[in-house]
Structures are given as structure tokens and as C-alpha cells.
Ligand binder design. Structure first.
Ligand code: ZN
Length: 87
């Protein structure tokens, strides 16, 4: 029996360090963005995503996908810069 399902998706965004395509991984609790080569990921809880990036319009639910990806990308880029110590 599988306890946790996760799905992976390759994005066209590039890793700021090695230039590989970044990967988006999703499971029941988190969404993670990161580089499979550098093995560094940043993650966000789905709870937070639902609170922040979901819009309700009339009777439909709309995910602010671009803003979500932008935020995750900013986080991972910042993380890399902090770790590498480059000014
Ligand atoms: Zn990388």
C-alpha cells in the first residue's frame, strides 16, 4: 500500500547554478521546486498555497500559478546565493 503519492513535473525554468531544468514535485502535503542535479529544493505547504494563491471567481477556483512559481523560484535563487556566499 502506498502511503504517499507524489508527482513530478519538469519546468522550463533553469537552475541558477547548473542550468538544468527545475522540477516541481507535489505530494499530499507539499509542493517543492528544485534542481534534481544539485539536489536542492524549496518547499511550500499546500495549506499556504491554498490560502495565498487560490482565487475564487464567481463559482470557479483559479490558481495563481505564475505568481506561485515566481515566488518559489525567488526562494530557490535566494537560497543558492546565500549558500554560495556570492555578493
Ligand atoms: Zn542545479
Amino acid at each position: 500500500m502506498e502511503s504517499e503519492e507524489s508527482s513530478k513535473m519538469e519546468l522550463s525554468l533553469k537552475c541558477p547554478i547548473c542550468g538544468s531544468n527545475l522540477q516541481l514535485i507535489e505530494n499530499s502535503t507539499y509542493v517543492m521546486l528544485g534542481c534534481p542535479k544539485c539536489k536542492r529544493y524549496t518547499r511550500m505547504t499546500k495549506k499556504h498555497i491554498f490560502k495565498t494563491y487560490i482565487e475564487y471567481e464567481n463559482n470557479s477556483v483559479h490558481l495563481k500559478w505564475t505568481e506561485l512559481i515566481k515566488e518559489l523560484y525567488t526562494r530557490i535563487a535566494t537560497k543558492y546565493y546565500l549558500e554560495s556566499g556570492t555578493p
